[in-house]
Write a protein that binds this ligand. Structure first.
Ligand SMILES: [Zn+2]
Length: 278
């Protein structure tokens, strides 16, 4: 899990627009900056970059002519591209004395929701005055603080080159949180539909060990398997296969020894297993 925090402050001056979260707010004063000075988006950008330890806004958009008058929405879009974040939720506070933000809060949230492709109920925007204290209280500045939590994609592909024989698509898996999912296939010769090597026992052993290697690459073992199924293309292989299969998958409480399933052409068997990494 990752968290990000961002803070920004700008001088308020007459003759500038007040832009917050990409929305223009009617106001006598606006943010003084090279860009549109959107403190809320700037703090959000820093929170996003911070969550991924990618530095800060100045690293990607150094003050200069290039960004003169640029909409911070464009900066945010670039940062989303760079960081590839998926945000779980956002909490933010804008510190300003006036105008009252109440009537604009939902508009800002809606705009953020569109910019970030996430639900509004995961975006909080609050406003706070400084009770006339300090530069913000004296209406000389505006600031924003943003905290975000990242939704990290937990699905991770497992690859191993240790699987005996069947490699590539024939033995691979995925790890999602504490779960490891594997699916190993044993191919037959597509020309004549025959088992390619030696005997069916050999294939069954190899398929089981393939699954074992993928489990191992995902941090689990045969003992951690909670559900496994072995699918055969033809029941005539049952006896031979079942014996070998049972040898490896001994402790799984939900073991379906062998089931018959229509498998893709050229596939003799498929073993699926789900394990929990302890
Ligand atoms: Zn700024």
């Amino acid at each position: 899990m990752r968290i990000g925090e961002g803070f920004d402050i700008h001088v308020l001056t007459e003759g500038r627009k007040l832009v917050l979260g990409g929305i223009e707010i009617p106001s006598e004063k606006g943010e003084y900056a090279v860009s549109d000075g959107d403190v809320l988006l700037h703090a959000l950008i820093d929170a996003i970059l911070g969550a991924k330890a990618l530095g800060d806004i100045g690293k990607y958009f150094p003050p200069g002519k290039e960004y003169e008058g640029i909409s911070s929405t464009i900066l945010l879009e670039k940062v989303l591209e760079i960081s590839k974040v998926e945000i779980g939720n956002i909490d933010s506070t804008v510190f300003l004395e006036e105008p009252k933000l109440g009537p604009y809060i939902d508009k800002i949230r809606e705009n953020l929701s569109n910019l970030l492709s996430m639900n509004m109920d995961r975006i909080s925007v609050k406003a706070k005055t400084m009770e006339a204290l300090g530069p913000i209280g004296e209406k000389k500045a505006i600031a924003a603080r943003v905290v975000i939590l990242l939704k990290e994609s937990t699905m991770e592909k497992i690859k191993t080159n240790k699987a005996p024989g069947a490699i590539g698509p024939y033995s691979q898996g995925y790890k999602v949180g504490n779960f490891v999912f594997t699916s190993g296939q044993i191919p037959v010769n597509p020309e004549n539909g025959l088992v390619e090597e030696d005997t069916i026992e050999y294939q069954a052993d190899r398929a089981s060990r393939n699954v074992g290697e993928v489990l191992k690459a995902g941090g689990a073992g045969f003992d951690d398997v909670i559900k496994t199924t072995c699918f055969l293309s033809d029941m005539k292989y049952f006896a031979a296969f079942n014996e070998i299969y049972a040898k490896y998958f001994t402790s799984s409480p939900a073991r379906s020894c062998v089931a018959v399933k229509e498998l893709p052409k050229g596939v003799l068997c498929e073993i699926e297993a789900i394990a929990i990494v302890k």
